[in-house]
Design a protein around this ligand. Structure first.
Ligand code: ADP
Ligand code: ZN
Length: 655
């Protein structure tokens, strides 16, 4: 028997196992400590995941000694490691990949000054809840007492945020910490001021912070005093201590899902895992809950609490659906804008109020086409048309960023190119032409760096008309906004996805919620070629879409009745891709169950790589975990045997 102590170490890598290391003589270690080690000729800082273990005999000779202990780095708690393991198991990635996401920067310099740890408790008296709010608050408390996750469904402006603030006060009073998640950084900025009015010590956290700021937040959390974090999804991976409450606001929002890299987690489901580890309560809030959450409420897994009235007596914005095909026939259109919408804008401006216009495509035009030969210039690296941008004129690929100068002449025949359709830039141009004295601005991902200042200017009334993409539909609160308009709802409705109607409804209802948040009811104008679409009937309050959508989902075996998993393959060689995708589908079919695909997605080549996809709809029963594990193993084995690592991605619960 040797007297060497062996440990296992979690490395920030896509590695299915935790390698063994020896400790130098006289050195001890505990789980959660960080150590520097060499793995495959490279140096890493890992986390000790087991101490006093015995490496398998045949590998003993190869076990290396650690380089050193990283004693200045804080200890990783058992709760953190438990959370990483839960995420890894659910989303079929390695624990190391989660560790890497949680600790993106290993080497942080030591701080010179002591960090001041603020008191999180509220310095102001809480606002008095209305009777409806109080009732909702009591129902939430009752559900929490039974350890139920709460789905708080309340129209925009019903006072959900005030309820969250009081729940936070409760948690802090009990000496527990609180995590308040929002889907977007811009949203967290607007909320920051409001939350800080009650909790000056609120800690804001998102991926735009510098590493030093992130470390400061992490350090405050580790101090052991109750805290309040307001953040985006990555805040889940902070070193949480004694968490008592997790709030997931706008729970339906797809920004909660991380697309890439692994872990491809959804913050809503992950919050529930994290809360389970800490014994914390979870509240999910939305005006338009996801079908997944409504289903969970129906099953009694969640407790649904509703707030039906707006706090201020304002009604929902009244809806006007404009049929653009009919209007064009009647000469009721000026370019892309209907006279009906222009009239509404005019009225709003005359009343000294503000207008928000949604066009869900950025750029001047989504494509250009040759008037002579019909050619539509495409990206050389992706299977998509190039968008026309102005200032300066250029053609841009919205998938890979490829940019070309725009000469206005066809590369094929030299004929002249014409803009096809209108993006935000063109709408801005048209609006400025009709309302030359109005203060007009645009917000989309082309000027996202100015997002904070544009949102602020609009909130302060320095902009009359703001045109933007989806970003402007989210939970912002603009006091003087009374008209919201959708320029071309058709590409919001017409997506090839089983979630298209749900998404379209959520987006439009959220957008409607931006207007008329105070006493006055707002107005909502939608321009569309499909005025009879069922989503509009739902917006009119004529029909509840949910039962219909749920029936459809059940019939076709879609979530929430099943668990959806996508397997995505990418390869610059299309032939090899097609062949291996079919082989993999066969292997999965044998080991796990029926596979749909492989098929080419709508955009089947991006950044020089062809794409094939397949989907599995796994039954939500006792076999689920086993099937998922066998899927992961099958893919790992396939990657090994076919030497195809790096080409395959597993995406659990894709959105
Ligand atoms: P939601 O989060 O559901 O959109 P908010 O919490 O933002 O709703 O409330 C809408 C508006 O009503 C806000 O301006 C908020 O300050 C105000 N409000 C909500 N509840 C109260 C209350 N109990 N007392 C005073 N104002 C309130
Ligand atoms: Zn491209």
């Amino acid at each position: 028997m040797s007297n060497i102590t062996y440990i296992q170490v979690l490395l920030p890598l896509r590695l299915e196992w935790e390698p063994f290391y020896a400790l130098p003589e006289g050195v001890s270690a505990v789980e959660g400590e960080r150590v520097a080690v060499i793995f495959a000729h490279r140096r890493y800082v890992g986390v000790v995941s087991a101490v006093g273990v015995e490496p398998p005999g045949e590998t003993l000779a190869q076990v290396k000694t650690i380089l050193k202990k990283e004693e200045e780095l804080p200890l990783v708690s058992p709760e953190e490691i438990a959370f990483w393991r839960a995420i890894s198991e659910y989303y079929l990635c390695s624990v190391g990949e989660v560790y890497k996401a949680a600790y993106p920067q290993i080497h942080v310099r030591k701080r010179k000054k002591e960090l001041r740890i603020p008191e999180a408790l509220p310095p102001t008296a809480p606002i008095r809840l209305s009777a409806a709010q109080q009732q909702a608050f009591d129902s939430v408390q009752k559900a929490f007492a039974r350890n139920k996750t709460v789905l708080l469904e309340g129209v925009t402006g019903s006072g959900k945020t005030e309820i969250y603030l009081q729940l936070i006060a409760e948690a802090l009073r009990k000496g527990r910490s609180a995590l308040y998640l929002v889907p977007e950084i811009a949203l967290s900025r607007q909320l920051e001021e409001r939350v800080a009015a009650s909790y000056p010590a609120v800690l804001c956290y998102n991926s735009a912070l510098t590493m030093a700021k992130r470390r400061d937040v992490a350090e405050i959390l580790c101090s052991g005093k109750p805290y309040l974090v307001l953040g985006t999804r990555s805040a889940l991976f902070l070193p949480h201590r004694n968490l008592g409450l997790v709030i997931v606001d706008e729970e339906h929002d797809t920004s909660y899902k991380q697309d890439s890299p692994a872990p491809r987690y959804h913050a809503r489901e992950s919050s529930i895992m994290l809360a389970g580890i800490h014994g914390a309560q979870v509240i999910l809030g939305s005006a338009t809950p996801s079908l997944e959450s409504l289903y969970n409420a129906e099953k009694g897994i969640f407790n649904r609490v509703q707030l039906k009235q707006r706090f201020h007596s304002g009604e929902d914005a009244s809806l006007l659906v404009v049929d653009t095909v009919a209007e064009r026939r009647k000469r009721g259109m000026e370019g892309d804008l209907s006279r009906k919408l222009l009239y509404e804008i005019q009225q709003t401006l005359e009343a000294g109020e503000q207008v928000l216009l949604l066009r869900s495509r950025r750029a001047y035009a989504p494509a250009v086409q040759c008037v002579e030969c019909g050619t539509i210039p495409k990206c050389p690296h992706c299977n998509v048309s190039l968008s026309l941008h102005k200032d300066p004129d250029r053609l841009v690929c919205h998938y890979c960023g490829h940019t070309e100068a725009y000469t206005g002449t066809c590369p094929q025949c030299g004929g002249s190119l014409q803009a096809l359709g209108a993006g935000t830039q063109r709408i801005e141009e048209e609006i400025k032409a009709v309302f030359p004295t109005a203060r007009v601005a645009r917000l989309d991902s082309d000027n996202a760096s100015e997002e904070a200042s544009i949102i602020k200017s609009f909130a302060q009334g320095e902009i009359d008309i703001l045109i933007g993409t989806q970003i402007i539909t989210k939970g912002f609160d603009f006091e003087n906004l009374s008209l919201v308009g959708v320029i071309q709802a058709d590409n919001i409705l017409g997506q090839q996805d089983f979630r298209a109607d749900e998404r379209a409804y959520q987006l439009l209802e959220q957008f409607r919620g931006r207007s008329g948040r105070r006493e006055k009811p707002g107005r909502f104008v939608i321009q569309t070629r499909e005025p009879d679409h069922p989503v509009f009937a739902r917006l009119e309050g004529e029909a509840d879409l949910t039962p219909m959508l749920l029936v459809e989902r059940r019939q076709f075996g879609y979530p929430p009745y099943t668990r959806l998993v996508h397997i995505v393959l990418k390869d610059e060689n299309e032939k090899r891709l097609q062949y291996l995708a079919q082989e993999l589908a066969r292997a999965i079919q044998e080991a796990v169950g029926p596979v749909v695909g492989p098929y080419a997605p709508v955009v089947d080549r991006v950044a020089g790589k062809y794409i094939r996809q397949m989907r599995l709809m796994l039954p939500r029963d006792k076999t689920l975990l086993v099937r998922k594990q066998s899927l992961a193993q099958t893919v790992a084995r396939f990657e090994n045997e076919r030497k195809y690592a790096g080409h395959i991605v597993i995406d659990v619960d894709p959105v």
